[in-house]
Design a protein around this ligand. Structure first.
Ligand SMILES: Cc1cc2nc3c(=O)[nH]c(=O)nc-3n(C[C@H](O)[C@H](O)[C@H](O)COP(=O)(O)O)c2cc1C
Length: 487
């Protein structure tokens, strides 16, 4: 374990030194044009807003290619390119700050603290509630009707709302068709992200001269909104700082052309976009889609507000049906571990929770050599390989809850964990991830799991730095308690 710690750290330091020296089937509803005669139900207060609200930018609508071309490095299959047209809308030039959040809710749930830092650690449900609370305070028509986890969006309301996924990508791209809205892939001097890992570092870890953008600073925190240059539409931090919740449920894009799409009408997870302070560059691309359950929150996710510039029509509703995390049923601890850290955590969990333990092993295991496994792991991840597993859970149906352990590999899950998740039917079960990492915490591993098992509920995840040190047993105990699994 110590060996891995030392080697990964030294590679990370080398990276930093190098940097220093180089210094629904989408629902389509038509949005009437401003001068089109609308139904009598639409009051003046609900119609278009003539001027951009303070701090907001008018985005003139148009058509664009949403998604990424097949040639884009590190794209995912869920980024299928298709033509989308969006109507005019107003969007905040900045991510929502902690001061703005606190002024309305009286609370600040953020992991980092500072009034001009973006608010984070809020769930999707918190985000839509904030929109409504602020609209109420300002005498605007509420965009959302919130009934538990079911939220209906009144498209003609003039109040604050989240962007749709399409509006977000249109605003982010600002006319660009490249992986990022900057000419070259962004450096840490231009965007707040996990600067040790610029775009395409994965295949060039030991040949960084090949990179368009060299590794730079990893700030390990959010920074004040608007600290860097805006995109061509005048919007700050569309890449990095915090990811931003959008309206849509996560689902496959439709093949055909779309006009003002609002995403699938039902679903289990909501989309968030743009990447945050803790993300690798590949996961900040304009087309990259991240997703999480609407009740879950992260230090890497905040929001950006939108208001209608033309009055929309109709309502969009969505029903979320999920199991609650935890429960009384049987618990399985399933883990993959290359160097032993995850295994140590899994064994501690078993000691405390008394559940069955299963190790995810491969028919052709990865190399024991650190440099070689880095290469193998990034190759498998890039190809989305599904390595054959050597052992299998006999009676998966007897388990209600699976505590899933893995090391953070290249900001995601090792591919044998993907093989494991695809082997069984997890619908109706609860998956509670625990992740050992070398500084990147979960990376985008929770998104990777959520996309692979969309019909399972996800519990509150645990991240442990390497083996976790002396506080690991206490961290495990608090985490089990938070998930209702204490013995
Ligand atoms: C192939 C590989 C890729 C890794 N990528 C990351 C990473 O992206 N972020 C991170 O924080 N740690 C990364 N690490 C470090 C591991 O997550 C960390 O050492 C973990 O404790 C290993 O768990 P294990 O001993 O159970 O294999 C990586 C390690 C390996 C071998």
């Amino acid at each position: 374990m110590k060996r891995i710690f030392a080697v990964f750290l030294s590679v990370m330091m080398l990276t930093s030194l190098t940097a220093c020296s180089q210094e629904s089937s989408s629902q389509t509803e038509s949005v009437p044009a401003e001068n089109e005669s609308d139904t009598s139900e639409v009051s003046m207060a609900d119609s278009a807003i003539a001027e951009p609200p303070e701090g907001f930018v008018l985005i003139e609508g148009g058509s664009f290619q949403m998604g990424s071309p097949d040639s884009e490095p590190w794209r995912s299959e869920d980024e299928t390119q298709h033509t989308v047209t969006v109507s005019d809308f107003y969007i905040s030039a900045y991510e929502l700050t902690q001061a703005e959040y606190e002024a309305v809710t009286g609370e600040n749930p953020s992991n980092f603290s500072g009034e001009n830092l973006p608010v984070e650690n809020i769930s999707w449900l918190d985000a839509v509630s904030y929109c409504n609370a602020r609209s109420e305070q300002e005498g605007l028509t509420l965009a959302y009707t919130i009934d538990g986890t079911n939220v209906t969006w009144d498209r003609k309301a003039d109040g604050y709302r989240l962007p749709t996924e399409a509006e977000w990508e249109y605003a982010c791209r600002a006319g660009t068709e490249t992986p990022f809205n900057t000419e070259n892939s962004p450096s840490a001097d231009e965007v707040n992200y996990y600067g040790h890992y610029p775009y395409e570092i994965e295949g060039n870890y030991f040949s960084q001269g090949n990179l368009e953008t060299q590794p730079g600073e990893y700030r390990e925190t959010t920074v004040e909104v608007g600290s860097f240059e805006p995109n061509a539409f005048g919007l700050y931090d569309m890449h990095g700082n915090v990811s931003e919740w959008v309206w849509d449920y996560y689902g496959a894009y439709p093949g055909e052309e779309q006009s003002d799409p609002t995403g699938p009408q039902t679903g289990t997870m909501r989309v968030y976009r743009g990447g945050g302070w803790n993300d690798f560059a590949k996961n900040m691309r304009s087309a990259y889609r991240a997703t999480l359950e609407p009740e879950l929150m992260s230090f890497n996710i905040g929001l950006r507000l939108v208001r209608n510039a033309v009055a929309g029509s109709g309502t969009v509703s969505g029903t979320a049906s999920r199991n609650a995390a935890g429960g009384d049923g049987n618990v399985l601890i399933a883990y993959f571990s290359w160097g032993g850290n995850t295994q140590g955590i899994a064994e501690e969990i078993q000691r405390q929770a008394g559940a069955d333990l299963f190790e995810i092993t491969m028919v052709h295991p990865y190399s024991d050599d650190y440099n070689t496994v880095l290469d193998e792991a990034q190759r498998d991840q890039n190809e989305q390989a599904r390595p054959e597993l050597a052992a299998h859970v006999e009676n998966m149906e007897q388990y209600d809850t699976v505590l899933l352990g893995y090391p953070n590999w290249w900001a995601s899950i090792p591919m044998p964990v993907a093989s494991f998740l695809e082997e069984y039917d997890f619908s109706g079960k609860t998956i509670i991830p625990f992740c050992s990492h070398g500084g990147g915490r979960f990376g985008q591993s929770l998104t990777a799991i959520a996309k692979l098992v969309p019909d399972a509920a996800m519990g509150e995840a645990l991240d442990i730095h390497y083996s976790g040190g002396s506080s690991m047993p206490d961290d495990v105990a608090s985490w089990l308690a938070a998930n209702g699994l204490s013995n």
